[in-house]
Design a binder for this molecule. Structure first.
Ligand code: DO4
Ligand code: MG
Length: 284
């Protein structure tokens, strides 16, 4: 089942049918057994009028987030560890990435407040003070206030690799700025946990030509999804739940940097495709 936040309210897609839901997003998603609730809602719900279908939905989509914070895990895949070690070699920061990959405690960092999150179809921004900007395609968990994973979405953890490589203490500046995160297109709520065989795919298109393409199964992750959620909730409460990006394994070659007008498509089996376009933050 899929939940969409739209300009006209919240929409449930179940077995190819669409239903309007009245509750505010936070109240709707933050519950025990969200799947069972949505199943019951679909059985008794009123279908949306004709004309409000897939195409209408595509045009109306907002990011699937209410008042939740977005957090992110890092260096959860070997490819990410190696890339960070390369980028921070000169600054002497490489050893931190090596250590955190092996450590019991994962790297978890604050990524975004909801108002900085871009929706499917919107622009994400690259930093003007960076020469090495990349997207990071990440399976993103929705965890309820009790710490249980209830759903999944596609996340883009936009990152400035030269800034984080210069000094690990610059990580917040490499990761947190306007529109540095995208989530969508929906919150996918399956009956069972997402299979680890699910593929994460990313393509980057420039002037109509594919300039990067990669794919990886979630199973390549070194850590477990419940393990990451457990660490995040250790000493922190999230009253309306929280989103947690789980790290990237797809890293374009070191000579690659994003340019304005590039298109980034990230898909995860079962969840859908998140498309965003690259832009510098407009000058006020
Ligand atoms: O420590 C740097 C960031 C790591 C990250 O965002 C990732 O591995 O996805
Ligand atoms: Mg990341």
């Amino acid at each position: 089942m899929k939940l969409f936040r739209t300009k006209q309210g919240n929409v449930l897609e179940a077995a190819g049918k669409y239903y309007h839901l009245d509750q505010p997003w936070d109240e709707l998603v933050n519950r025990d057994n969200l799947f069972a609730y949505l199943e019951k809602t679909a059985a008794s719900g009123k279908e949306m009028p004709a004309g409000q279908d897939k195409d209408w939905l595509e045009r109306s989509i907002l990011p699937p987030i209410g008042s939740q914070e977005v957090w992110a895990a890092g260096v959860t895949y070997l490819r990410s560890r190696n890339a960070r070690m390369e980028e921070s070699q000169e600054s002497g920061g490489a050893t931190f990435y090596d250590k955190v990959y092996e450590a019991d405690r994962p790297e978890l960092f604050f990524k975004s407040l909801p108002h900085r999150v871009a929706a499917h179809g919107e622009h994400v921004y690259i930093r003007r003070d960076s020469k090495w900007n990349v997207p990071e395609p990440e399976l993103t968990l929705f965890i309820n206030s009790k710490g249980a994973i209830q759903g999944y979405t596609v996340g883009n953890d936009m990152s400035s690799r030269d800034i984080e490589g210069e000094n690990p203490l610059y990580l917040p500046q490499a990761k947190v700025y306007e529109r540095s995160a995208a989530l969508g297109p929906c919150l996918y709520v399956p009956k069972e946990s997402i299979p680890l065989s699910s593929m994460i795919r990313m393509t980057i298109t420039r002037e109509g030509k594919k300039v990067y393409e990669g794919e990886v199964p979630v199973s390549q992750m070194k850590r477990g999804l419940t393990e990451l959620a457990g660490w995040l909730y250790r000493e922190t409460d999230f009253v309306n739940g929280c989103f947690l990006m789980t790290g990237t394994c797809l890293v374009p070659p070191n000579e690659f940097t994003l340019q304005e007008k590039d298109r980034v498509d990230i898909s995860i089996d079962g969840v859908g495709i998140l498309t965003n376009y690259i832009l510098y933050k407009p000058v006020k």
